[in-house]
Design a protein around this ligand. Structure first.
Ligand code: SAH
Length: 216
C-alpha cells in the first residue's frame, strides 16, 4: 500500500522551499513537486532518502534524478496544461509523474525492459491515466505520436538526436543535457519554424548516459 503521510508532505514542503531558494521560480512546477510523493519511487528500505536533494540508485545501474534537476528541466520546458510532452528515459517514472501533474499528456520511453515495466505498474497504481509508456530506444523518439510541444531527455546525450528535432512541434521546446560522460550542459532548443531553431544554454549537470538500443 502506498501511503502519503503528513510527515512526508512536510518533508516535501521543505524540499520544495529549498528548490525555490535555489532558483526554481515557476509556481506550477513547485506545486507539482509538492503534489507528487517522491518516496513512492523508492524501495521501502530507502524511503527516508526520498526528500533529500540528491539523485539515488533505482537498480539496473540507473538513478532517479536529483529533485533540483527535475525541477530545472521541467521549468525550462515551459509547458501549458494542454501540451503533449515526450520524455526519454522513464527510469523510476518520477519525472513522468511531475509532467503529468502539470496537466500535460505524457509519452515516456525507456530502453530497459525491467524499469519500463516497473514504472508503468507504479504510475497506473498511482492513478495516472495521461501517461503512455513505451519500451524502446529514445534516440528514435516516437514518430507515430509526434509532434510534441515539449521533449525532455533525462540522460546525458553526446549530441542532439535528429529524429527528436523532427518530432518537435513549431513553438515547442526540447530540453537536453549535452556533453560527455563527466558533465553536460542543459540546452533548451526552441523550434521557431520547420527549419529554424533557437538554442539557450543553461547550467551544467551530471546524468547517466543516453545509450543506443534496448535491454531486454
Ligand atoms: N527520468 C528518470 C531518470 C532516469 S535516469 C526518473 O525520473 O527517474 C535515465 C534513464 O534513461 C535510465 O532509466 C536509462 O535506462 C534510460 N535511457 C538511457 N538511454 C536511453 C534511450 N536511448 N532510450 C530510452 N531510455 C534510455
Amino acid at each position: 500500500m502506498l501511503t502519503d503521510s503528513y510527515k512526508h508532505q512536510g518533508m516535501r514542503r521543505k524540499l520544495v522551499d529549498a528548490l525555490h531558494r535555489e532558483g526554481i521560480t515557476d509556481e506550477r512546477v513547485l506545486a507539482a513537486m509538492q503534489r507528487v510523493p517522491r518516496h513512492f519511487f523508492f524501495e521501502k528500505a530507502f524511503v527516508e532518502k526520498a526528500y533529500e536533494n540528491i539523485a539515488f540508485p533505482i537498480g539496473e545501474d540507473q538513478t532517479i534524478s536529483q529533485p533540483y534537476t527535475v525541477a530545472y528541466q521541467t521549468q525550462m520546458l515551459q509547458l501549458k496544461p494542454s501540451d503533449t510532452v515526450l520524455e526519454i528515459g522513464t527510469g523510476s517514472g518520477y519525472q513522468a509523474a511531475i509532467l503529468a501533474a502539470l496537466g500535460a499528456k505524457v509519452v515516456t520511453i525507456e530502453r530497459n525492459r525491467k524499469l519500463h515495466e516497473q514504472a508503468k505498474k507504479l504510475l497506473v497504481e498511482m492513478g495516472y491515466n495521461n501517461i503512455i509508456h513505451l519500451f524502446g530506444d529514445g534516440y528514435e523518439g516516437s514518430p507515430n505520436l509526434a509532434p510534441f510541444n515539449g521533449i525532455l531527455i533525462t540522460a546525458a546525450a553526446p549530441y542532439v538526436p535528429p529524429a527528436l528535432l523532427d518530432q518537435l512541434a513549431i513553438g515547442g521546446r526540447l530540453v537536453i543535457p549535452v556533453g560527455n560522460n563527466e558533465q553536460q550542459q542543459m540546452w533548451c532548443i526552441e523550434k521557431t519554424s520547420t527549419q529554424t531553431y533557437e538554442t539557450t544554454k543553461g547550467d551544467w549537470f551530471k546524468f547517466v548516459p543516453l545509450l543506443k538500443g534496448k535491454v531486454f
